[in-house]
Design a protein around this ligand. Structure first.
Ligand SMILES: [Zn+2]
Length: 378
């Protein structure tokens, strides 16, 4: 298989210690890193390390970054997020809202450069407290999370042997995420019969057929889950027609589905929904990803489910616990006013410090973890 993403492993250096939260956050946002073009931000993160692997292969345009303090095999906790952002890029801007709170606008402000900045500074805070403990912490910043998922997938090949936890940062308003929906993409392909537009009755208009199918899709009952709720659909792209004076014989809509149940079940429901006809075909076009169940920390912060997906489905090792939590609200992610409050970033740093320290000292435990250990001892 052709490999598009490599993973660069570097040791974490002292340069990080001098970077403060807000300037690091700004440094990340001002380097555009729209999916497939993440190099500027990746290079910045690499330069941020004091010791750079002299064998960096600069011919590889897209690299995940795996950073550790001393020895990669000491790493038990990986702080993880994604470097890529959704288009369009828009610039960094500071502002104050009508309640006097300071906030930062910019692409990736919360999804997910805010998470990267908070995680890096949290590890710096921990390092000031305890140099030894930080040897057990690493960073993995991957590419392509916004739809390609190639970074997280290729990163699985280099995971440290003794890895116990991955803590993924996404804007969750400091809620722990107990599970999130899956993702599926299909096309509604309409066929028609071409004719001169002056005599539309001689043809069959594929755009009209497609429009009918799109309207019908709204009333299709898709499987639900008790915890994750509804499976939702959104028509996100559409194309059809080749000339202004021709009844079109082809039209296609792309539908993005956020699944609450395994994709296979969802697809079966769609195929049996009656949407297909002699003029309409439903074609699965992307790799589907099932909903993901995550680990949560007991007696800690509140948990909830999330409709937004992540690339955590790529993490398949049963021994690695997957925790998903971050600062800022997903409400502004992917929008043209994406922003994060400065206070949210500061709270994110505190939360990551508490989580990493808690897991490494045994003060915090993943729910169900000691029940399992007690059982093992019996
Ligand atoms: Zn994200």
């Amino acid at each position: 298989m052709l490999k598009f993403v490599s993973t660069l492993a570097v040791a974490i250096g002292v340069a990080l210690a001098n970077k403060e939260l807000f300037s690091l956050h700004k440094d990340l946002i001002i380097r555009p890193s729209i999916t497939r073009n993440e190099t500027l931000a990746v290079d910045f993160l690499i330069e941020l390390q004091d010791v750079i692997n002299p064998n960096v292969d600069r011919s590889i345009r897209r690299q995940n970054l795996f950073a550790y303090l001393d020895n990669p095999e000491d790493v038990k906790i990986l702080l993880n997020s994604h470097i890529d952002v959704l288009p369009p890029y828009f610039e960094y801007k500071e502002a104050v809202d009508d309640q006097g709170r300071e906030l930062i606008y910019g692409r990736g402000a919360n999804d997910a450069k805010g998470q990267i900045a908070a995680q890096i500074i949290a590890v710096e805070e921990l390092r000031k407290k305890n140099q030894e403990i930080v040897k057990k912490v690493g960073f993995l910043y991957d590419l392509g999370e916004e739809g390609l998922y190639d970074g997280a997938t290729s990163a699985q090949e280099i995971l440290p042997q003794n890895l116990e936890y991955v803590i993924a940062g996404e804007p969750t308003e400091l809620f722990q995420i107990s599970s999130h929906k899956g993702n599926m993409g299909f096309e509604i392909r309409a066929k028609g019969l071409a004719a001169h537009s002056s005599s539309p009755h001689w043809g069959v208009n594929a755009i009209e057929k497609l429009s009918e199918a799109i309207l019908k899709l709204e009333s299709v009952a898709l499987p639900q889950d008790k915890i994750l709720g509804d499976t939702t659909t959104a028509v996100t792209k559409i194309k059809g027609g080749t000339a202004v004076n021709k009844v079109p014989d082809e039209a296609t809509a792309y539908v993005n589905v956020r699944t609450s149940v395994p994709s296979e079940e969802t697809w079966k429901a769609l195929k049996e929904s009656g949407l297909e006809s002699e003029w309409i075909d439903l074609i699965l076009v992307d790799d589907s990803h099932d909903p993901v169940t995550l680990d949560t920390i007991e007696n800690w912060r509140p948990s909830q489910t999330m409709p937004v997906g992540t690339d955590l489905f790529a993490w398949k090792q049963p021994t690695v616990k997957k925790i998903l939590i971050g600062c800022g609200s997903s409400g502004s992610a992917h929008k043209l006013d994406e922003h994060i409050y400065k206070q949210e970033l500061l709270d994110g740093v505190d939360m990551y410090v508490e989580l990493v320290e808690g897991l490494l000292t045994g003060k915090l435990k993943v729910a169900g973890e000691h029940t399992k250990h007690e059982k093992d001892e019996l």
